[in-house]
Structure formats: C-alpha cells, structure tokens
Design a protein around this ligand. Structure first.
Ligand code: PLP
Length: 384
C-alpha cells in the first residue's frame, strides 16, 4: 500500500541530518548541561551551538533565543509575560479570529484575569486587513499577537506593515510563526517584532521542542519556574538532543529554504490548478497561488462532501491529509478559521488541507489528485 504524506502542517518527517546530529546526545553525550564535568560541557556547548543556528535562521542574536517545548509553550509564555508587563496600563490584547488555539485559549484565560481581547479586521483571504487596522482605535491596546501564516488556510500576513501600525501605537508585538519558520523567509529585524514563536517539528526537526524569540530589550516573567535554565525564562533540564535537532533543522533550512520553496510551490500550484479544474463545486480557501499563500499549503472546500469522510477515503488510498479544522464530524461545524473568513454555507463541511514538504514528488501529487477526484465523486454519489 502506498504511503503518501501530505499533512506537513501537522508535523514533518525528521531530516536525516537532524536525526544523525541528535543521536550522540541520546547515547554517549547524555550529560546535564548544568553540571560541571566535561561530559556536561559537551552538552552545554551543543545547546549553545544550536542557539546560534536558530538565531542565524531568523536573523536574531543567540541571546534572544529561548528554547521551549514547542509552539504552544512559546505562545503561552509570551502572552502571559506581555500581559504582566502591560496590565494596569492598557491591558487589551489585539489578535485575530484565525489564530491557533494556543493563542486563542490563552487570550480567554487572560480575560479571566482582567484582560480584554479585540480582533483585527480580516480580508476574505484570511490575511489581516492592514488598512482596516490603521482605522481601528488602538488606544487601549498594549499587546498584540498576530500569526505570520495560518495553519489551516495558509494565509500569510504582512507582518512588517502590521508592525509599523503597532509600533506607532507603542504596542508589544508577538507573532506566531510556527507554520512559517523553515518554509518562508523570516527575519525578525526586518519584521520588527518583539517576539516570535516557532516549533521544530514543523520544519523537519523533532517533536516537543521549539523556541521563543524575544527582543533583548524586552524582559518578561517566566511561565515555568525552577532551576533558572534558559536565562531564567524557562526552567527545566534542557532537552539537549531535541535542541540539537532543532538547531540542525534550522541550519539545513537556512541553506536550502529558497531551493525547497521553488520546488514546493511548483507542486502546490500544479495541485491547486488540477483540483480546481477537474473537480466541480470546489473552492480554494485562503489566498490565491501568489506570495500571500504559504508555499506548502493547499486548502480546499468541496460542496456536498464531508471533510472527515474524505480524509478517511484518502487514508484508504494511502494518503495522509487532514480537514485542517478543529471540528469534529459529529458536530458538523466549520473550523473557527473558515467561519472567520466567511466560507459559504454549502462548503462548510467539506474542507481538505493538503500540506506539502521538500520530500513531496510530482508523482505523489498526480496520485493524490486522482484519489481526491474519485473519493469526492464516490462521497457525492453515496450521499445523493
Ligand atoms: N501555532 C500554530 C500556528 C500551529 O500550527 C501549531 C501547531 O500546529 C502551534 C502553534 C502549536 O505548536 P506545537 O505543536 O509545537 O505546540
């Protein structure tokens, strides 16, 4: 049976170079970086090397990189930390309705502690409407969290222009770049953000490790207290092998990103053209095939098809894909992202997210198109 992996927004295959870099730190070099013998100093050096590799990928200083357990922890840490800085002054958070639950649920928790949330206007593509943002009254807003790229529909925000508006209003700005780092060019100096979250397993690193970039002029309180690792911002013995893997994934991405992007975009556009051209009553969610769409994302909705049933049909044909939504088929509700961008009623249940990687081939895309076509036809036939 075929095994075609097209769910790279959920997680990615670990790069061979990443695996090889990690292995010694799971076997011989297992010292705790905080200890003072030479076995430990090797681990400490490896962590510091990884910090440099990550910093290089996003054009930060190594001292601005804090290792965490992933995107969720980075989002929670920075939002709680920013909230402590601004509460009592202008405690309002600006975000979008299409953020990952790691941001939206944290915003809800902050609301219980006296915070308030306002939402930036969105275009139909899911991108923040920067002109609309300029017209908003931002006087009460002290912090913002706006994602670089959306995990369901692939919309890329113009973070630099958003930062211009926010900085003019003296607002602390965090971006969740979990889907963008390692795939799109991300330069924190150019983007002018105060903080950024990323996760290794989304760009061929291991699961359970990520980082928070925090501009060195911004100091926040830790979420996790203990032995004071990670400059006191994130206590707990370092996940040395994971951090080394993240560093290597960043190193590989720094050197190959442009070439891989070109390959992936070619496949993405071929997929989108064929699906839209060959399957009736199908729409592309999010932006068109230009630079506003994440290079590896294709999100479709089909009328008269249930997305979860489609994912099962594709699985039976050896394809891993997802609905891209947090909805459960029993609830039969569209995802919060599709709701936010105003998907037409007839298409609400039928979403399918295909997310590609550097390992995806044209043969796999051709096979996937045929499989989607036959599965959609089959599901429409059995539901009448
Ligand atoms: N933010 C976004 C945009 C994501 O897509 C994800 C994971 O899907 C996360 C945060 C959470 O990252 P992690 O799995 O590393 O906790």
């Amino acid at each position: 049976m075929k095994n075609i992996y097209l769910d790279n927004a959920a997680t990615t295959r670990v790069d061979d170079a990443v695996f090889e870099a990690m292995e010694p730190y799971l076997r011989g070099m297992y010292g705790n970086p905080s200890a003072s013998y030479s076995l430990a100093s090797k681990a400490k050096k490896a962590v510091s090397n990884a910090r440099e590799q990550v910093a290089e990928l996003i054009n930060a200083k190594p001292s601005e990189i804090y290792f965490t357990s992933g995107g969720t922890e980075s989002d929670n840490t920075v939002l709680n930390g920013f909230f402590e800085l601004i509460k009592g002054k202008n405690g309002c958070l600006l975000t979008t309705k299409t953020e990952h639950p790691a941001v939206l649920r944290t915003a809800e928790a902050l609301a219980k502690r006296g915070g308030r949330t306002v939402f930036a206007p969105l275009r139909e593509s899911g991108c923040v409407d920067t002109d609309g943002l300029k017209e908003m009254n931002l006087n009460a807003v002290g912090m913002a969290s706006i994602m670089t790229a959306n995990n369901e529909i692939g919309s890329i925000n113009d973070i630099k222009s958003i930062a211009d508006v926010l900085k003019a209003n003296d607002i602390l700005f965090h971006t969740d770049a979990v889907q963008a780092v390692g795939h799109e060019k991300v330069d924190v100096r150019e983007l002018n953000v105060d903080a950024l979250s990323a996760s290794a397993h989304k760009f061929h690193g291991p699961k359970g490790v990520g980082f928070l970039y925090l501009k060195d002029s911004v100091k926040i309180s830790p979420l996790i207290l203990g032995g004071g690792q990670e400059y006191g911002l994130r206590s707990g013995t370092e996940n040395v092998a994971g951090i080394v893997g993240l560093g290597m994934a960043a190193y590989v991405a720094s050197r190959t990103l442009e070439k891989e992007r070109t390959h992936i975009i070619k496949l993405r556009d071929a997929l989108i053209e064929r699906v839209l051209g060959e399957i009736p009553d199908c729409v592309l969610n999010g932006p068109g095939t230009g630079d506003l769409r994440l290079c590896n994302n294709a999100s479709f909705s089909f009328a008269r098809v249930n997305g979860s049933s489609l994912v099962i049909q594709l699985d039976m044909k050896g394809i891993c894909a997802s609905t891209g939504s947090a909805c459960s088929s029993s609830e039969r509700r569209a995802s919060h992202v599709l709701e936010a961008v105003g998907i037409p009623e007839d298409y609400k249940d039928g979403s399918l997210r295909i997310s590609l990687s550097k390992y995806t081939t044209l043969e796999e895309i051709d096979y996937a198109v045929e499989a989607i076509k036959s599965s959609v036809a089959f599901l429409r036939q059995i539901t009448g």
